[in-house]
Design a protein around this ligand. Structure first.
Ligand SMILES: Cc1cc2nc3c(=O)[nH]c(=O)nc-3n(C[C@H](O)[C@H](O)[C@H](O)COP(=O)(O)OP(=O)(O)OC[C@H]3O[C@@H](n4cnc5c(N)ncnc54)[C@H](O)[C@@H]3O)c2cc1C
Length: 511
């Protein structure tokens, strides 16, 4: 364990707003006692002398939201990072936390916007908590005969895909391959091939979860059915998931359609075109008619973007043969139809290679590691078919976007596999609104960019079914009604009942 032995005196000297010194010392003693697993876990304390290693342990995949920007009392009292599977250690960490009145948050990769694994920020209170960082748990095992996999929550899409493809198999995981599957699956997961194979949660056969009493239980369609339903879509409220059992799908054996994976994107067979501002409306008209009838093996999206060189508003259309991968003639024909259609437009430029485009596309921009960038996002669900009036509002809001680094993405709806899980609003379109901006040190500029998202969400309210629990506006997380807007009414009620049964003391995130 890498913490300074001076910690006790520091703990004694620095009073914490949330937890009294005596409690901190007791937790410290418990977490450093001989029976706590020492060989396979790193533990950092908020009050330790070596602040840098504490902040290092808090860091997520990029610097967009810096832990140092939170008040210290909103940060975890302890960060527990096992280096390999260790349910006994994690169970004990939860028991000790619970014993001392602390709450518990899990983090698989920390990719969720709003730095939401920081539970204190979510709950807007000063209740202290322990953060269980599972990012090093990334073991994947494939059973090619059964077409199943087990994967730990810190597994990235890249790690899962590269194992599965060895056996000609695929999982409907995150489009950006560096995203970890933990949070992706627990809040739903709109993945590669989801239109054909269902959302990420539809392909979860079962999972191991440590619940509030510090015991590991297994849940699937037959065991602990209520947890199985609730955790697949509402996964952050009930416990800590330590292993997923996943269903894989076979890939079509066609060497020309083998996807290439890298950390930031998955390149698959696709039609890709960029439209200038005047064609925005035509594109949205085309999309809303084409998409509902398109073959399920195609995923279509309109990305609202800004040309980096000229600062001009643009629209990008991508139709991806995303279910690795269907070579049917219906897909080939649909792709030919798209190409024929966009070639009839006067001034668009078309390309089949997205990397030739200089604009910022969410998730594939290496600049995300830039600590001067900031980020604020929301995902909305819209009913199918798209209301034509909605298109006008989208274009109007896009005209007002303050930063050229921002984007919006309207994603294909009409999934084939209706989810029997807590995932909110299946069979609908999703619109991701990403405000990304370079900081210039003024609070006003930060506020302008955040306000644009808030105003866009407000303008789209008449058509909005709800929010996607995986992409969150940090400011809104302080709104206690927020989660009720992420789920259908009936689902939310079921989640509440399940929460009362499995986490009556509200140790994990509040629902
Ligand atoms: C670049 C990028 C691309 C993305 N692409 C997609 C996409 O294609 N499709 C899509 O659907 N989403 C996408 N997302 C959203 C992404 O799915 C979510 O951000 C997801 O939550 C990230 O997973 P994570 O493991 O990093 O979660 P974290 O940020 O670690 O956690 C998210 C929430 O889940 C809880 N949690 C995490 N792990 C556990 C666990 N093991 N047990 C219990 N609770 C846990 C946390 O406390 C937190 O509340 C993308 C995000 C980014 C940044």
């Amino acid at each position: 364990m890498k913490f300074s032995l001076c910690i006790l005196s520091v703990v004694a000297a620095v009073a914490c707003a949330a937890t009294d010194v005596a409690t901190q010392q007791k937790v410290y003693k418990s977490y450093t006692s001989p029976d706590f697993p020492r060989d396979s876990v790193d533990i950092q304390f908020r009050q330790q002398k070596n602040k840098d290693s504490y902040y290092d342990a808090l860091k997520t995949f990029n610097n967009l939201i810096l832990p140092k920007e939170f008040p210290e009392s909103a940060l975890p009292l302890a960060i527990v990072t096992p280096s390999k599977a260790n349910n006994k250690g994690l169970e004990k960490a939860i028991k000790v936390a619970s014993q001392f009145g602390l709450r518990v948050s899990a983090r698989s990769g920390g990719y969720q916007s709003g730095y939401s694994s920081n539970m204190a920020a979510v709950d807007n209170n000063r209740e202290d908590f322990v953060l269980l960082d599972l990012s090093k748990l990334n073991k994947v095992t494939i059973n090619p005969k059964a077409r199943t996999a087990t994967a730990e929550p810190g597994t990235t899409g890249l790690e899962l895909y590269t194992e599965a493809i060895k056996y000609g198999l695929h999982f409907a995981g995150p489009h950006t391959a560096r995203v970890t599957i933990g949070g992706f699956l627990l809040q739903g997961g709109m993945g590669i091939g989801s239109r054909l194979h269902g959302a990420g949660v539809d392909n979860v056969i079962g999972f191991d979860i440590i619940t509030a009493d510090g015991k590991t239980v297994y849940a699937d369609a037959k065991h602990n059915k209520d947890l199985f339903y609730a955790v697949r879509g509402g996964g952050q409220f009930f416990g800590v998931v330590t292993k997923f059992h996943l269903r894989l799908v076979p890939m079509v054996k066609n060497p020309t359609l083998v996807p290439t994976y890298n950390e930031t994107s998955v390149q698959i067979d696709q039609v890709f075109a960029i439209f200038d501002r005047p064609q925005g409306n035509q594109l949205l008209n085309f999309y809303s008619k084409f998409d509902p009838k398109a073959p399920k093996a195609l995923e279509n999206k309109v990305v609202f973007t800004v040309d980096a060189a000229t600062n001009a508003k643009q629209y990008l259309f991508a139709s991806v043969s995303a279910a690795p991968f269907n070579t049917s003639s219906a897909v080939t024909k649909a792709q030919a139809d798209i190409t024929k259609w966009y070639k009839t437009l006067p001034t668009n430029f078309a390309t089949s290679d997205p990397s030739t485009y200089g604009g910022v596309i969410h998730g594939s921009d290496a600049g995300w590691a830039d600590s001067d960038l900031s980020y604020y996002a929301e995902d909305l669900w819209f009913p199918v078919p798209l209301d034509p009036r909605l298109q006008k509002v989208l274009i109007k809001q896009w005209d007002k976007v303050p930063s050229a680094l921002s984007s919006m993405a309207l994603n294909t709806g009409t999934w084939d596999a209706p989810t029997k899980s807590a995932l909110g609003y299946d069979r609908s379109y999703s619109l991701c609104i990403y405000s990304t901006w370079k900081r210039n040190g003024t609070a006003a500029w930060d506020e302008t960019n955040r306000r644009w998202v808030d105003e866009t969400v407000k303008a789209l309210k008449p058509w909005t079914l709800g929010y996607y629990a995986n992409e969150l506006r940090p400011k809104k997380l302080q709104d206690r009604n927020y989660w009720s807007k992420c789920y259908e009414k009936k689902t939310y009620k079921t989640l509440k009942t399940t929460k009362n049964k499995w986490d009556p003391e509200n140790i994990f995130k509040s629902l």
